[in-house]
Design a protein around this ligand. Structure first.
Ligand SMILES: Cc1ncc(COP(=O)(O)O)c(C=O)c1O
Length: 390
């Protein structure tokens, strides 16, 4: 058969993730007790009332048709959640749309907004779908460097005028993956001014909006004046309610941007399974204690990781949010070589930073997706590994 892979697919690099997955498989086959800290899939259960709603709904034979459109209950529940959690008022009919997870939403958003050759400002390091979605839509990527000295916020003043003029869209992610830092209202206000000056669409990925520690709160991009004129926020039930496998999320904000996406999606999908929509409604109506409880669980893990790794001779900055730590590698060499060797020698899997862009080189991302005793065990193995290598 002729070569069937289209150029647009061929340009996507699976590189490091594929190699790491293969090494993990091989280690498991050898009987190694792998501690997988490499993926951000939540291991905690959803709230019990969410699972009950889902279980009840799937027994109802009337729930199995195409839903085609999101339920009004879902759209209202998102609007209620945004009002209550972020003080943002949304019109559920015009300023909320449903997607099958933010991954799908972000990918199709690029198709809905970009013309071939359009330039998009994306964070580096950044979550891989930003780069991939732009390339799939025929757009070009301009990486915005996120540096520690600037609190990992892009320095808007250093974006060359000629790039800002050409750019059509900017993607942001606070609290972020892989960089677990919070956005600030002052920064978001500067982004709104920048976007107005250069006629940009701003897309803020807020997937970790409720995974924030030490009593802090993450601001919504839409909470700053003028944000609704220039952009949208993408959010999901995957992390906030540990519903990653349900594939349900939403986008909120600027009506014209959402309408472009809704038009595209109306041609390619027939809606989310009704029991999942119902479970999502119950989730979004959860009492605030639900978020605090979950955040505390991840916070305990964060503390165990940071303390255990420090004792092992690998000091790591304590993340204020998300389910990730971002750590400079503790030995010379490349992060990819380090991650592969750590996996081989100890069974502890972490993700090399270059999987998130060129500025990730020299770092690894460590996911807090294992219970505290497993994180302590990972730290113990890391300690032995470092002793042997130093
Ligand atoms: C920053 C970020 N955005 C989006 C997603 C995708 O989430 P969803 O399950 O809503 O597709 C993830 C998943 O890890 C993520 O880390």
């Amino acid at each position: 058969m002729q070569d069937v892979m289209a150029q647009r697919v061929r340009q996507l690099s699976a590189g490091i993730f594929a190699e790491l997955a293969q090494r993990k498989r091989q280690a498991l086959q050898r009987g190694v007790d792998v501690i997988d800290l490499s993926i951000g899939s939540p291991d905690l259960p959803p709230p019990s009332w969410v699972m009950e709603e889902l279980a009840e709904s799937v027994r109802d034979p009337s729930q199995y048709g195409y839903t085609v459109a999101p339920s009004a209950d879902f759209l209202n529940a998102v609007a209620g959640f945004y009002e209550q959690r972020y003080g943002v008022t949304l019109d559920p009919k015009r300023q909320v749309i449903q997607v099958m997870g933010s991954q799908e939403g972000l990918t199709h958003l690029a198709w809905a907004v970009l013309n071939p050759g359009d330039l998009v400002l994306v964070p580096d390091p950044g979550y891989p779908i930003y780069d991939a979605s732009v390339r799939l839509a025929g757009g070009e990527v301009y990486p915005m460097a996120l540096r520690p000295e600037n609190g990992y916020l892009p320095n808007l003043a250093e974006i060359p005028d000629e790039i800002a003029r050409r750019a059509r869209m900017m993607i942001l992610n606070y609290p972020g993956n892989p960089l677990p830092v919070l956005g600030t209202e002052a920064f978001f206000e500067a982004v709104v001014q920048f976007a107005k000056r250069h006629d940009l669409v701003v897309v803020h990925d807020f997937a970790y909006s409720e995974l924030v520690f030490d009593g802090r709160r993450a601001p919504s991009f839409l909470s700053v004046p003028g944000a609704m004129d220039v952009g949208i926020e993408s959010n999901s039930l995957s992390k906030t309610f540990s519903m990653a496998g349900c594939r349900i999320g939403y986008m909120v904000g600027n009506e014209r941007v959402l309408s472009a996406l809704a038009t595209l999606r109306s041609h390619i999908d027939f809606g989310v399974f009704s029991p999942i929509q119902r479970a999502a409604v119950r989730a979004l109506q959860s009492p605030a204690e639900t978020f605090h409880h979950q955040a505390r669980r991840y916070q305990e893990r964060r503390d165990a990781l940071v303390q255990g790794f420090a004792e092992a001779g690998w000091p790591i900055a304590s993340p204020p949010a998300t389910m990730f730590a971002w750590a400079p590698i503790p030995v010379p060499g490349s992060a990819a070589d380090f991650a592969m060797d750590l996996m081989e020698q100890t069974g502890v899997a972490v993700t090399p930073g270059e999987a998130f862009g060129s500025r990730g080189e020299g770092y690894v991302r460590i996911a807090l997706v294992q219970p505290v005793p497993r994180l302590r065990e990972a730290a113990r193995r890391v300690g032995e590994y470092l002793k042997a290598r130093r």
